[in-house]
Design a protein around this ligand. Structure first.
Ligand code: EPU
Length: 784
């Protein structure tokens, strides 16, 4: 058979002949619904295209598809028979009787080029959907916002009403099973009409439900008039009723005067009117009246006033189709959300994580209003702008869309096949929000880091929302998965303990560099520390203990797993007993030195000069003023990898210069140091000597102490000095002018810069002096 192909030049302002024709697609309906063919879909991974692929497979065609990405949808379709190609190759057109393409596909796509040059039937997605609809009683749900939810609700109500509808909606709908479904038994076909590319004018439905009309997709349409023209054409082609939202002025103007127009909304004049709306946490109830007569009470289990509105449209249309009100109510009560429409990703007493597809300022406002009405303590929002053109066109409106959020983190624009527009980024929206007077907004250009920024600002009682039509939901999913673990960790450390997600380790190292700790945990007792060890072992989570971070270089990608910071509680205890001082792992060595002074114990003054904690000092056998930690230790208490505690005396321990192997796997709890009786004045002299030594030989800057171990032949600082490397730098990491074995952070130095500087020094020492320098600082974590 002969098919008339698409008019690729069709634009909103110059509709093609095919689009304008009464029967736009002669033969295509038959071709798609009663015959069997080989059909290739270009851009099959898109939400609309994958739905069409599903329909065509159910209709018995041999369907192939190409896309540069694979999704769970393409994988599901492959299981149903889709032949999927991860590349667009001209030969796919040769092997097909007909090619359908997505609006996201560019004109120079090799499949389109070849199909066009050899006259292969080539259709737009909407043309194919419209042609399939043509064989049924079509219902098109259209509008800028809410059409996926509303079409899903409509299909669900018709299905529950026993009408066996087919459907085609723009997202995966758990309650419907899939995003598209062909039911040969039923008469109706419910489809979400896409206004974004002008193809709404392909549809000739029996009934249309119009939700709202406003300026959108300004990459395609010159203005609102052009948008309304497309809606008007579809309505002209509608043979039955036009259901319309009377509360939306543009919609009311466009639809109000049409024959068989039926209005719905909250206004007095609405044919189907909602009143007495009561919003609850995740739903609502409201009264429905038809032309002034009460029909009854409706209950919805999807949140927000905008969904009450959507439901009124569905109630109106279903009633016009003679489905009894009680049946409609029963099915609405059961209706659950479409994916990514206020989808709850995690819920506990402390946190609620919700994902929503909102990407237009109006949708954002509605979603935030709904979120706020839930009544959690704070509303933390992350937003990924969708398309450069929309960001540019609506940036002012975006500026005022986030008023209901306490904190907002914006990431960069999701391009959706658009080329960038110079000067337009996520920051454009941040600037507008700031200009509008919001004080809680920040920018994170890297999408992959978004969950960290948001996770780190969480406080109990927060509702976290991810908003956008791109891939921001993946960030919320990562956050949700980590929050599950964080909550378990919190249950272990209890009220008094502390758990934070993605805590920047630059806040916990004296060098002030380092990426985040996936889970930052502060236990307060030995017992909870032991439980943490066991939990990490069972969950295969890496566990790393950190004290003051004074001898630590954390790479910029941070540390995966749990970073334990024994702090406060048991770990801050310090007891003097005779000549012995027992101090918890979290006690600063400096505090030990001063506790010894108070007890008139000498020999521990050198600890004054060490910025670390007891745990850290033990771990690396820290030293100063010619003394090392273990010279003063009499015994230590530690937890092994099973969480069992042990006490070991000094003579049972193997200790080296700046190295104590036992704590490479086990975890320090406390240490007992031995002093000797001394005069306070004597102690003070030695304390002053230590202070003086530090003041005169070491820099007062952000550093990790000495970077290198002293080689046997020469102190590392002296070597670096002799090599003339003082003050040399990589980025903001610099060798101290004061002491050659210190690298200082001059500003926002990165770990990568520090590491590069270390390598530079090592290679010069090797080349010029044949000395292999070994780092004293512990280098941990992952590169960015
Ligand atoms: N020197 C130079 N130029 C320099 C630095 C040092 O010529 O730029 C000379 C000094 O004049 C001295 C010798 O090198 O003759 C050793 O220097 P210093 O006395 O400063 O001691 P260090 O060996 O560099 C050690 C510890 C420090 C501790 C001090 C003070 C090591 C690797 N370092 O430094 O510990 O504070 O003694 O007691 O053992 C640390 O471990 O992080 C740390 C800072």
């Amino acid at each position: 058979m002969k098919l008339i192909s698409e008019a690729i030049t069709a634009r909103a302002d110059s509709p093609s002949k095919e689009f304008r024709r009464r029967d736009p697609l002669p033969g295509l309906s038959r071709f798609l619904t009663t015959e069997r063919h080989r059909i290739h879909l270009v851009g099959v991974a898109g939400s609309g295209m994958s739905g069409l692929a599903g329909l065509l497979i159910e209709l018995g065609h041999a369907v192939s598809g190409s896309d540069k990405v694979t999704t769970t949808e393409t994988e599901r379709l492959q299981r149903l028979g889709l032949r999927f190609h991860e590349q667009h190759l001209a030969e796919h057109a040769d092997a097909a009787d007909l090619v359908v393409f997505s609006s996201a596909i560019k004109d120079d796509n090799p499949i389109l080029l070849i199909a066009r040059s050899c006259g292969k039937p080539l259709f737009r997605r909407a043309e194919a959907v419209a042609a399939i609809m043509q064989t049924k009683r079509g219902i098109v749900i259209a509008g800028m916002h809410g059409k996926t939810t509303t079409s899903a609700m409509m299909a669900h109500v018709l299905r529950e009403g026993g009408l066996h509808p087919s459907h085609y909606v723009g997202a995966e709908i758990p309650i419907l099973g899939t995003n598209a479904y062909w039911n040969p038994r039923g008469e109706y076909f419910v489809a979400e009409g896409d206004e974004s590319d002008g193809t709404l004018r392909c549809f000739h439905p029996e009934h249309a439900l119009i939700l709202n009309i406003e300026e959108e997709h300004l990459d395609f349409y010159p203005d609102l008039t052009a948008i309304e023209k497309v809606f008007a054409q579809m309505l002209d082609q509608t043979s039955g009723s036009v259901l319309y939202n009377v509360d939306d002025p543009n919609t009311a103007r466009l639809c109000g005067k049409r024959k068989r127009a039926v209005s719905y909304g909250f206004s007095e004049q609405a044919d189907y009117r909602g009143a007495d709306v009561k919003l609850r946490n995740f739903g609502s109830s409201f009264l429905v009246c038809r032309r002034g007569k009460k029909l009854g009470e409706a209950t919805l289990n999807v949140p927000g006033e905008h969904n009450v509105h959507n439901a009124l449209g569905v109630i109106a249309l279903a009633s016009e189709l003679s489905i009894p009100f009680d049946k409609i109510m029963a099915s609405l009560r059961k209706f659950e959300h479409a994916r990514r429409r206020f989808e709850i990703k995690y819920a506990s007493d402390r946190f609620l994580l919700v994902d929503d597809y909102a990407h237009h300022p109006t949708e954002i406002r509605a979603t935030l209003r709904t979120a706020k009405s839930i009544g959690r303590r704070r509303l933390v929002t992350m937003f990924q702008p969708h398309r450069f053109s929309r960001t540019k066109a609506l940036c002012r409106e975006f500026g005022s869309a986030f008023d209901d959020a306490d904190r907002v983190v914006i990431t960069d624009v999701y391009p959706a096949s658009e080329p960038p527009i110079p000067g337009i980024t996520g920051r454009t929206i941040v600037d507008e929000i700031v200009r509008h007077g919001h004080h809680g907004v920040t920018y994170q250009a890297r999408l992959q880091s978004l969950h960290r920024d948001v996770g780190n600002m969480l406080e109990a009682g927060d509702l976290v929302l991810s908003l956008g039509a791109g891939n921001i939901h993946e960030q919320l999913e990562i956050l949700a998965a980590d929050l599950v673990v964080a909550e378990k960790l919190k249950a272990i450390v209890g009220e008094e303990g502390e758990v934070r997600l993605y805590e920047p380790l630059s806040n916990h190292t004296t060098l002030r560099v380092g990426g985040p700790a996936q889970f930052w945990v502060e236990p307060r007792t030995e017992q909870t520390f032991a439980e943490l060890i066991r939990f990490c072992r069972d969950e295969h989570l890496p566990l790393f203990a950190i004290g003051r971070g004074s001898n630590l270089l954390v790479r910029d990608g941070g540390i995966r797993g749990v970073v334990v910071h024994p702090h406060g509680g048991d770990f801050e205890k310090i007891e003097v007993d005779g000549f012995e001082i027992t101090a918890g792992a979290g006690v600063k060595l400096r505090q030990v030195a001063y506790a010894a002074r108070t007890a008139n114990l000498g020999g521990l003054e050198w600890m004054e000069g060490i910025p670390g904690t007891v745990g850290g000092g033990l771990r690396m056998n820290a030293g100063a003023m010619g003394t090392q930690t273990f010279e003063n230790v009499t015994r230590i208490r530690f937890l092994d990898v099973e969480g069992n505690s042990h006490v070991k005396n000094r003579d049972e321990l193997e200790v080296f210069y700046r190295r104590f192997p036992l704590l490479e796997k086990n975890f320090a709890i406390s240490a007992t140091f031995k002093g000797h009786p001394a005069e306070r004045a004597e102690i003070d002299i030695r304390l002053r000597e230590s202070q003086e030594k530090r003041r005169t030989t070491q820099p007062v800057a952000k550093s990790a102490g000495c970077i290198f171990k002293n080689p046997a032949t020469i102190p590392a600082g002296k070597l670096v000095d002799e090599l003339g490397l003082k003050n040399s730098r990589v980025g903001n990491a610099r060798v101290s002018r004061v002491h050659g074995n210190f690298i200082v952070n001059d500003g926002d130095a990165t770990a990568a810069e520090v590491l590069e500087l270390i390598d530079d020094i090592k290679s010069v020492a090797r080349k010029k002096r044949g000395i292999e320098l070994e780092t004293e600082v512990e280098i941990v974590g992952e590169p960015e």
